[in-house]
Design a protein around this ligand. Structure first.
Ligand SMILES: Nc1nc2c(ncn2[C@@H]2O[C@H](COP(=O)(O)OP(=O)(O)OP(=O)(O)O)[C@@H](O)[C@H]2O)c(=O)[nH]1
Ligand SMILES: [Mg+2]
Ligand SMILES: [Zn+2]
Length: 378
């Protein structure tokens, strides 16, 4: 029997079953023929358990995206105005780029749209498709259902989710080879967020003029992840290649402060003239970009520049989910003795054995362990 008891992990179940995580959970449930403690809920949908029986997961938590989209659909019929897309925020006002002429205008938001989904810090985000009523001062009257969204736990209030972009094609995870020091843990957290939302990621190793990107390049290309090595301030072939790879896509640039996200936007499309900053002496970087901002590309895609983050907390997953979303751990997970092995302390753990004999990168295991211990069990 599949055990559908309430999870001991924070916020578990808050994911779209049609997206990456739901699919992995179902595959894992079907595959689990070994010792079984508990299995993850497969969210609010019908799925087939490992005995081939159709199961309805009735008590599963509502997925935030599904909930948002239902509310958005309800707000739609009454909507009047011109269609556009949220391109930025200025205090309480929202910047909208109108579809018709690409002109940007500052709008207020109709009250009913401000409190939509509990547990979410920001009801609207960059990339949302909206309608603007311009009969008086511009006001956003409705928001369209989202194709997808990217969210992390809010750094100020861990019970809230901060949605940092919607309707996107690529998560571009920017790191610097040096200055600030490359943080594998942050890259891996963003890769996890991309995977759980089924959004392809691209890892950019910037500031290649300051150090050697070879080790990180080998690690991530070895995992089948797209990697680009760039020097934003010099432009050249690496930037031309990146522009080609991002052609026509809606891309979010995320990463630590000072790694060169805004510099990359400028290198790719100098006409946007985004403000860039100086990295502080101690290598931490100061926040130069303070709010997400979307720039429309002539061929139809978008570059969304976001403020740097120091950390990127995860919620809504079990340790097994995390292992299944790390491709290198997922390949080992089914070899562990326990089907719900957390890979932290269990005997006969294929993951811990692989770390010990060098088949699994130490940095990847540390990222996994950090997420499970600091975010999911804390
Ligand atoms: N040496 C070198 N410096 C770079 C490169 N790319 C960016 N920089 C410098 O790094 C500093 C920070 O760049 P930004 O583009 O402002 O960094 P950011 O990631 O947008 O930072 P936040 O907006 O704070 O999140 C600036 O002084 C840039 O000139 C690079 O490829 N090589
Ligand atoms: Mg910036
Ligand atoms: Zn294990």
């Amino acid at each position: 029997m599949v055990d559908n008891h309430q999870s001991k992990y924070k916020g578990v179940g808050a994911h779209n079953p049609r997206h990456g995580l739901g699919r992995l959970r179902r595959a894992h449930a079907q595959d689990a023929t070994r010792v079984t403690g508990w299995l993850q809920r497969a969210d609010d949908e019908t799925f087939t358990d490992r005995n081939g029986t159709s199961q309805r997961n009735s008590h599963a938590g509502e997925h935030l995206l599904a909930k948002f989209n239902r509310l958005a659909a309800i707000s739609r019929p009454a909507a009047i105005g011109d269609p556009g897309e949220i391109s930025g925020f200025l205090g309480k006002d929202v910047l909208v780029r109108l579809d018709a002429d690409q002109a940007e205008m500052l709008c207020t938001v109709r009250q009913v749209l401000k409190k939509q989904v509990s547990g979410v810090k920001n009801p609207l985000c960059v990339g949302d498709c909206v309608q603007v009523d311009r009969t008086t001062d511009p006001v956003i009257t409705s928001v369209a259902p989202r194709r997808n969204q990217l969210a992390r736990t809010d750094s100020h209030n861990r019970s809230l989710i901060h949605i940092f972009a919607a309707n996107i094609d690529r998560l571009v995870i920017v790191s610097a080879v040096r200055d600030p020091e490359l943080k594998f843990g942050l890259i891996d957290r963003y890769l996890l967020i991309a995977a759980m939302n089924d959004i392809p990621a691209l890892v950019v190793l910037n500031k290649a003029d300051l150090g050697d990107a070879a080790a990180a390049l080998a690690l991530y290309t070895g995992l089948g992840i797209d990697v680009a090595v760039t020097t934003a301030i010099h432009g050249g072939q690496s930037i031309d290649d990146l522009r080609t790879r991002l052609h026509g896509l809606s891309c979010v640039f995320a990463g630590q402060s000072g790694v060169g996200k805004s510099s990359l936007v400028n290198a790719l499309f100098p006409r946007f003239a985004v403000r860039t900053g100086v990295v502080a002496d101690e290598g931490h970087g100061r926040h130069t970009t303070t709010a997400a901002r979307s720039y429309a590309l002539p061929e139809g895609g978008r570059l969304i520049d976001t403020p740097g983050v120091r950390e990127c907390a995860i919620s809504g997953l079990t340790p097994v989910d995390v292992a299944l979303l790390f491709p290198d751990l997922a390949a080992l997970h089914h070899l562990c003795h326990f089907a719900d092995c957390s890979h932290l302390h269990e005997p006969d753990c294929a993951v811990q054995t692989a770390v010990a004999d060098g088949r699994l990168a130490q940095s990847r295991y540390e990222s996994y362990r950090g997420i499970v211990r600091e975010d999911l069990i804390a």
